[in-house]
Design a protein around this ligand. Sequence first.
Ligand SMILES: O=C(O)CCC(=O)C(=O)O
Length: 194
Amino acid sequence: MNYCLETFFTSANINQIMLFCRAPSAESSTGLPPLLTSLLDALSRLLKPTLPPEIHSLLFPAVPTRARQAIINRYDPGEGITPHVDLLGRFGDGIVGVSFGSGCVMQFASGLKDQAYGVYLPERSIIVMSGDARYKWSHGIEEKTMDYVQTPDTLSGDAGGRWMKRTMRISITFRWLLPGAEVVGGAEDRDPSG
Ligand SMILES: O=C(O)CCC(=O)C(=O)O
């Protein structure tokens, strides 16, 4: 979090940073900043026991062949991101993100199924989106300063809840660029938050 604040969010009007790295090749090895590479290594280790093996190797292939993008978003309390499905023509399957500093509720909605759910992402939690979650459900964050979060009472079985105040949240999300999508420019590139 401090690294992002000191390195990227040096002015109050910067709230989103996009970083791109090329697919590894014999000629070039341009990569993400070391801290983000270490974060990816840590995510790979942490998620190995939990994720189905095919999803783990989609996100963390032994030999990556595609270009990765990292988006770092900073949200002050009351800020959010418009519901969206990540650009179909630019990003592939397999998205992994981490919340730092604050939790928030992320809204998932499926127009096809006419369903919507709010999922609380606690501080330091990891989210993985793949398959239908990536392609068929939109995700977004409402512009609120607090989230009502259900906390099922495991003893009585009664579902209760409480308001969770948001503080500054920084999210780091990694995506795969589709072949050719490294060429940036044009309306398609605008991220919904900007
Ligand atoms: O802040 C987040 O966790 C989500 C970010 C996001 O959806 C995006 O950058 O497109």
